[in-house]
Design a protein around this ligand. Structure first.
Ligand SMILES: *Cc1c(COP(=O)(O)O)cnc(C)c1O
Length: 393
């Protein structure tokens, strides 16, 4: 079945960021702009902050910072490290490598010495390795890790890492950009010191806001360390304003309004139910990929994104172009990094945020049809029959 290219075709965004935005959120963002130094804005911002605390599962501050997830993570890296100390930087994919690059940029201004832990792409870090490194290096002041490494569709055991790191003076800074709101992350119960996410992954908003949750030890660290070499990215400014339901600089008011509504939608469904749905869609995606004879890219699969290697002979850009033009389904390819070169070798689909069983069925059906069109031997209907029983449970 091929539907002819048609610009009116319903578009389904199944890329692991940005993700689809519900109509109610788009409408909220179309409201007239209000000034941010007003009681009206402060009330909206206060409500957003409380909803963010619930989704982060923390009683501490969650700061909303204009920028993307990278802005929020970089701000956390540089604001929380002790100048002249060591950082353990765990990388098992493109994003973990990015956080190493960020500290490289501040190596001189902040005197950062990195202990790079490079885990093979598609695998998860072993917390015991971090425990050993921490005992050998008492001058480590921060450990950075990606909970759900979107580039490799891999999840690691942040709960175990938090247990290890909390026994030392080091802080654990977690990139939860594709885990918060999609998978179990218990900021306070697990003892995560700082947790970051972005608006355009599981939280059903366009790109443009980054969030930083701060635990007690992180707040303490901010008060002990003086900022040097940065200004807008200084979390102390954002925290001081947050305490007054305020922001230091002009905020993206429309996004803040929209995020409040999107989080209300998540709460109406329930965070646990949202996490369970994400898992169900991921289970369905993994089952369908395996039934089609594909190999998953991860040995420790995340529930927010699923990836598979292309079978021999499938051209990445032709394949994804056909899935998009013939079915209106947008999926992601692979990325090149230091640990692996996955551009053209893999593809990925998202299970986060505003995506349901029907979107997932259509996506998997489109993938199956275009793999068959590319010459892969798959019995038509394989994906649908693998998925149907799981999604109808
Ligand atoms: C998307 C993503 C990022 C980068 O976020 P931006 O908003 O693009 O800056 C970082 N880490 C992970 C795990 C991501 O999925």
């Amino acid at each position: 079945m091929t539907i002819s290219p048609n610009t009116e075709l319903k578009q389904r965004l199944l890329t692991p960021g940005p993700t689809a935005v519900p109509d109610a959120v788009l409408q909220e963002m179309a409201q007239p702009i209000i000034h941010h130094r007003t009681k009206q804005f402060q009330a909206i911002y206060a409500e957003l902050s409380q909803r963010l605390q619930r989704v982060f599962r923390t009683a501490g501050p969650v700061l909303s910072i204009a920028g993307s997830g990278t802005t929020a993570y970089e701000a956390s890296q540089i604001s929380l490290i002790k100048p002249g100390s060591k950082a353990i930087t765990i990388a098992s994919g493109k994003f973990g490598e990015r956080w190493q690059d960020v500290y490289d940029q501040y190596a001189t201004t902040l005197g950062v010495e990195q202990i790079r832990v490079n885990v093979p792409w598609g695998e998860a870090v072993d917390p015991a390795q971090i425990q050993t490194l921490l005992s050998e290096n008492p001058d480590v002041s921060i450990v950075t890790v990606v909970h759900s490494e979107t580039s490799t569709a891999t999840v690691c055991d942040v709960k175990a890492l938090a247990t290890v790191v909390s026994q030392t003076d080091a802080l654990l800074l977690v990139d939860g950009i594709t885990s918060v709101g999609a998978m179990e992350v218990e900021m306070d119960a697990w003892g995560i010191d700082a947790l970051v996410t972005g608006s355009q992954k599981a939280l059903m908003l366009p790109p443009g806001l980054g969030y930083v949750g701060l635990g007690e030890r992180a707040v303490q660290r901010l008060s002990e360390v003086k900022p040097q070499g940065y200004y807008n990215l200084d979390l102390r400014r954002w925290l001081a304003s947050w305490k007054k339901n305020d922001v230091p600089f002009t905020p993206p008011v429309s996004l803040i309004r929209g995020q409040r509504v999107a989080l209300e939608m998540i709460e109406n469904v329930g965070l646990d139910a949202t996490i369970a749905r994400t898992r169900q869609l991921a289970d369905a995606g993994r089952a369908a990929f395996k039934a089609m004879g594909l190999t998953l890219i991860s040995k420790s699969p995340s529930d927010s994104v699923t990836g598979a290697y292309y079978p021999e002979g499938v051209d990445d850009s032709k394949f994804r172009g056909a899935v998009r033009d013939n079915f209106g389904v947008h999926i992601a390819g692979g990325q090149d990094g230091r640990g692996a070169k996955w551009k053209g070798k893999i593809f990925r689909i998202s299970h986060m945020g505003y995506v349901d069983a029907e979107d997932t069925m259509v996506c998997l059906g489109a993938i199956e049809a275009e793999l068959i069109a590319a010459g892969v031997a798959i019995e038509p209907g394989t994906a649908q029959s693998a998925v149907a029983p799981m999604l109808n449970e």
